[in-house]
Ligand binder design. Structure first.
Ligand code: MG
Length: 241
């Protein structure tokens, strides 16, 4: 058994590690959309007098637009943004994002998903995204991987990540316990959410963050690529001792 799994079970006092399902985040895990999000955020925030970097966008990935804007206003201008301004900044960010070409899948994620399916595990998407076209996009890019009932999105939650709520909903939908799932996340706040839900969490650092950002949030394993996760999979799920 992988050391990280042994440690996880011992720390949590779980009875075993009997995986039934994988929970995948979407932005930065399934779709390579973070470079566009980061560029759009940086442009919209700077136009409004805030200092903001692409690294900031990656660090705060998963926060709602409103909360991200508030955070930077308070920190730099020492007052919250008024509602109209927040809406205008977020509208600008969305417009810049939508002007980019369609996003493509993260390298090697299709192969990973096919492996996960071939091993017989259920697949779920757990995302803070509120895109109307989300289900169509998933069906188009990953046919026969994600059943439309196996999606938890912004429409299903009250709090969203970094609260554990989205992953707790996924556990409920899958009718499994926390020791029967593995989460794949790319963002610090996503890792925080999954860890708080008590689930074994793999951070795949597909963006520009230092890997420590994912480790500090409690990721059980941090890997650089989806290919690295593919290679580790048999050992993780106990096919290789
Ligand atoms: Mg993400």
């Amino acid at each position: 058994m992988h050391d990280a799994v042994t440690r996880f079970i011992a720390e949590k006092g779980y009875p075993d590690f009997n995986i039934k399902a994988f929970f995948f985040d979407m932005d930065g895990v399934l779709f390579d959309s973070m470079p566009y999000h980061a560029a759009a955020w940086t442009r919209a925030m700077r136009e409004n007098g805030l200092s903001f970097t692409e690294y900031d966008a990656y660090l705060h990935e998963g926060r709602t637009g409103e909360s991200t804007i508030d955070k930077f206003f308070l920190k730099q201008l020492h007052h919250p943004a008024d509602k109209a301004l927040k809406e205008a900044i977020y509208a600008a960010k969305s417009a810049y994002f939508n002007a980019y070409p369609p996003v493509s899948p993260v390298p090697d994620v299709e192969a990973l998903l096919n492996d996960v399916k071939a091993y017989g595990f259920e697949r779920y998407v757990v995302t803070g995204s509120a895109q109307e076209s989300l289900i169509d996009n998933l069906e188009h890019y990953f046919p026969d991987i994600f059943h439309r009932d196996n999606i938890v999105s912004a429409f299903d939650v009250k709090y969203g990540k970094p609260d554990p709520e989205p992953y707790l909903i996924a556990l409920r939908k899958a009718k499994i316990d926390p020791w029967q799932a593995i989460v794949v996340e790319n963002a610090p706040l996503g890792v925080r959410s999954a860890v708080a839900a008590g689930i074994f969490t793999i951070g795949v650092n597909t963006g520009i963050l230092r890997p420590e950002e994912l480790q500090q949030e409690g990721a059980n394993i941090v890997l650089p690529t989806m290919q690295a996760l593919r290679e580790l999979l048999p050992e993780l799920i106990g096919i290789v001792p």
